[in-house]
Design a protein around this ligand. Structure first.
Ligand code: ADP
Length: 322
């Protein structure tokens, strides 16, 4: 998918590459008495992927719909490729790609026809056959849209969102319900988009997906940001992890604690299984193994366990069902 910098038929100047492709500041959106988005700010650079995470009802879809120009903001500002998503909707349409969960295809049209039709609207479309190959849709080109499996419809919808070489793409739960092969194919496409300099905004409930694809993650709840950072920053923050090992029961824990950096917790569980909690880094690992070596103790089954993005997400947004 070699990408050229798109030309702008509407004569609208493109923002400099240093400006974020998407710049949302203090966004507020209400539905009657419900405040769906309550002062949210985020920015997405070209060639990067932002994952917008949050439990159901957090305000993700509303935020994305305002950015796509489908809804008016009640407060704050939104700039999409330097433009206003509502006022400049016509100029932005060829430059942004939107993958909706509901597809947006004609039910009777065949998959291949549909994609070619969308490609025909674009000044410099991606090669349709390459895209069909990448998304494993070659066998489905002659199948009417309504007869495609859910996963095929979803992949076609992704193909339609990106075939026009958009500069900014919104993907709403792009892999929901997909089998592992289709999920991996979708991830490859997203990685390729990033490599081609496209800015990608992704909503997902799969933390593994966010951890793998996103350069930055914004976690929102009740319409507000509760955390943001790279997946590594979020998973390393605070209680950074755990270190477990097995050794003879009854080791002198006060002595071990004294040998470790301040703030580490050490506990002994059943049958000589030890748990060290704290900022797990090479120094901590070395302090534990040196302390054991001095006592001629073999720390067996030594392993480092980092928090996953899912752990962080649940800590931030709670474990109760919404
Ligand atoms: P998410 O995508 O994170 O699940 P939404 O943006 O869909 O969250 O919803 C945020 C809040 O706004 C929820 O309380 C939801 O019930 C409410 N909401 C969403 N769309 C509408 C609408 N069209 N009319 C009224 N309330 C809505």
């Amino acid at each position: 998918m070699a990408r050229q910098r798109a030309s702008y038929p509407c004569g609208v100047p493109s923002p400099p590459d240093s400006q974020p492709a998407l710049d949302v500041r203090d966004l507020v959106k209400r539905y009657g008495a419900t405040t769906a988005v309550a002062g949210l700010s985020l920015a997405v650079d070209r060639g990067s992927v932002l994952a917008l995470l949050g439990p159901n009802g957090a305000g993700k879809t509303t935020t994305v719909e305002v950015c796509e120009g489908f809804r008016h903001a009640d407060g704050g500002s939104v700039r999409v490729l330097g433009l206003d998503p509502v006022r400049d909707a016509a100029a932005l349409k060829p430059r942004i790609g939107v993958m909706l969960q509901s597809g947006g295809a004609y039910p009777a049209a065949r998959a291949g026809e549909m994609l070619r039709l969308v490609a025909s609207y674009a000044a410099q479309p991606l090669p349709v056959d390459d895209l069909l190959d990448m998304l494993g849709l070659q066998d489905a080109v002659n199948t009417p849209y309504r007869r495609l499996s859910g996963g095929q419809q979803q992949r076609l919808s992704l193909a339609m969102a990106i075939v026009g070489r958009p500069e900014l793409v919104f993907l709403d739960e792009p892999t929901a319900g997909l089998d592992p092969q289709a999920r991996h194919a979708t991830w490859k496409v997203v990685e390729q988009l990033r490599a081609d300099g496209v800015a990608v905004v992704l909503t997902t409930h799969y933390m593994e997906e966010a951890e793998r694809l996103a350069d930055r993650v914004v976690v929102i709840d009740h319409g507000k940001q509760v955390a943001q950072g790279s997946p590594a920053e979020l998973t390393h923050a605070g209680a950074a992890g755990q270190l477990r090992f097995s050794a003879p029961p009854g080791l002198p824990l006060d002595s071990l604690r004294a040998a470790l950096p301040e703030g580490c917790r050490v506990t002994e569980g059943e049958r000589g299984s030890y748990l060290v909690e704290g900022a797990v880094d090479p120094h901590l690992l070395s302090a534990v193994t040196s302390w054991c070596a001095e006592r001629d103790v073999l720390a067996a089954d030594l392993r480092v366990e980092r928090r996953t993005l899912e752990d962080v997400f649940l800590e931030l947004t709670g474990r109760e069902l919404r």
